[in-house]
Design a protein around this ligand. Structure first.
Ligand code: GLY
Ligand code: MN
Ligand code: MN
Length: 440
């Protein structure tokens, strides 16, 4: 987004679309109104400390107002009402509403107490509520059956998978911001920095705290790259490989980017693997087309990874055969991608239809989060990987298919962990637009 006025007009369109889709979802489920709360903080067990708040995604879909206990009331034919909860509280900062481009799109109120906030969203008819404050909703008169109604929530989740121009603009900003961090991480890695130092370089370049990121950074040297969600931060320096999976947020919207970098003293065969996977990842992005079921991309990823491993000598049979024998799975044991937006793993990737239901993943890829048909305006990740994970390879070291794998090469590459390349992709009418590559 280039200017505040562009942001403001795109946002007005976004809100008009939210009003339309929410009215349709209310009509389909026979509700007269919807209240959404921004959420209550999660307090740790027997403690007085709260986890960082992740606002209710359905609330964040309407407004980038941070903080707990805000309420939104949506009624057909009315401007949406936003009630900002701002208690008189000298323990925490409660400043005036900062300058913003969005408040004019609401019938806006402020409330000093939660009771007062709920009174401001009281309305007649059959009322639905979405959020984690059902007790407060019930106390305010919402019926049990209206709290987090499954079909209504599913319909809104389905709509969330189609990004408005405003949302795409936010996501592009999140890509740009994360790219500053990725570049700083690479520069630090080149100088021999430790995982912890690279993490700090990333945060400094992005300009936020860890709690502001969409997810904890995955910063792995060498063998730790084979741990898919590695969160350790070692102080040992001079890794030969860096796998960094880290994103950023802009107005609530996420990026989720992975790069794998190698130093010159890394095994040349592993460097070939990284180069090959990068090319393969771009080829998979090229195959993104409206109408294609996402699981077909998952299958293609397995076969292409099998081919790559054959070219490198790790597998001794074709990609097709390796896939049919289950031999690509230990090297690529996760889904190719997931929906992305307000949540790093946006909901509804496995939703069967707008009103709900589950489309299960294929048997060969139980962790695939995206089983839907690819459609224009969706944003998802394309993140193939190849890893050397002994607990998955072990069963193949013996048995009938053992001879299809060059175990000496596996053992030679295992100290370098793994490689993953992850971009964020917007589906267009003609194919896709890669949101990540213009930046890193
Ligand atoms: N950063 C977690 C993932 O790529 O899904
Ligand atoms: Mn991802
Ligand atoms: Mn990721």
């Amino acid at each position: 987004m280039t200017s505040t006025s562009a942001e403001k007009s795109l946002y007005a369109e976004h809100i008009a679309a939210r009003q339309r889709t929410t009215e349709a979802a209310l009509a389909a489920t026979s509700f007269d109104a919807l209240v959404i709360s921004s959420g209550a903080p999660f307090t740790y067990f027997v403690d007085d400390q709260d986890a960082p708040l992740h606002e209710t995604p359905h609330f964040a879909h309407w407004v980038p107002l941070r903080g707990p206990h805000h309420l939104l009331l949506i009624r057909p034919g009315h401007k949406p009402r936003l009630v900002r909860y701002c208690p008189e509280d000298y323990w925490y900062e409660q400043g005036p509403l900062p300058e913003n481009f969005w408040v004019d799109d609401f019938d806006f109120y402020e409330a000093r107490t939660r009771e007062e906030a709920w009174k401001l969203v009281a309305t007649n008819g059959r009322v639905a509520y979405i959020g984690d404050e059902s007790e407060a909703a019930r106390a305010a008169g919402v019926a049990d059956s209206g709290c987090n109604h499954a079909e209504l929530t599913a319909r809104l989740d389905w709509e969330r998978s189609f990004k408005s121009a405003y949302e795409v603009g936010c996501m592009e900003e999140a890509e740009k911001i994360a790219s500053w961090g990725h570049r700083a991480a690479l520069a630090a890695f080149d100088k021999g920095a430790s995982e912890l130092e690279i993490h700090h370089a990333y945060l400094t370049a992005v300009g936020c705290t860890e709690a502001d990121l969409p997810y904890g950074t995955i910063i792995a040297h060498d063998e730790k790259g084979a741990i898919l969600h590695y969160t350790g931060k070692r102080t040992k320096r001079d890794g030969r490989v860096l796998l960094i999976d880290a994103g950023a947020r802009y107005l609530g919207y996420c990026s989720d980017i992975t790069r794998t970098w190698t130093r010159k003293d890394c095994d040349p065969l592993f460097r070939e693997l990284v180069k090959g996977l990068d090319k393969l990842q771009l080829e998979l992005c090229e195959r993104v087309t409206p109408g294609l079921p996402y699981p077909e991309l998952q299958r293609a990823a397995h076969i292409l990874i099998g081919e790559l491993l054959r070219e490198l000598g790790v597998l001794k049979t074709s990609g097709e055969t390796a896939f049919s024998l289950g031999l690509t799975k230990p090297f690529f044991p996760h889904g190719l991608g997931h929906f992305l937006g307000i949540q790093v793993h946006d909901l509804s990737g496995r939703q069967a239809e707008p009103r709900g239901g589950v489309a299960p993943p294929p048997a060969h890829s139980p962790f695939l989060r995206t089983t839907r048909t690819i459609a224009e305006h969706q944003v998802f990740t394309i993140e193939p990987g190849v890893y050397f994970i002994e607990m998955l390879l072990r069963e193949h070291r013996v048995g009938p298919n053992s001879s299809y794998i060059d175990w000496a090469l596996v053992d030679r590459l295992a100290p370098f962990g793994g490689v993953r390349i992850e971009d964020n992709v917007l589906v267009t009418a003609a194919g896709h637009r890669n949101l990540t590559r213009p930046h890193i």
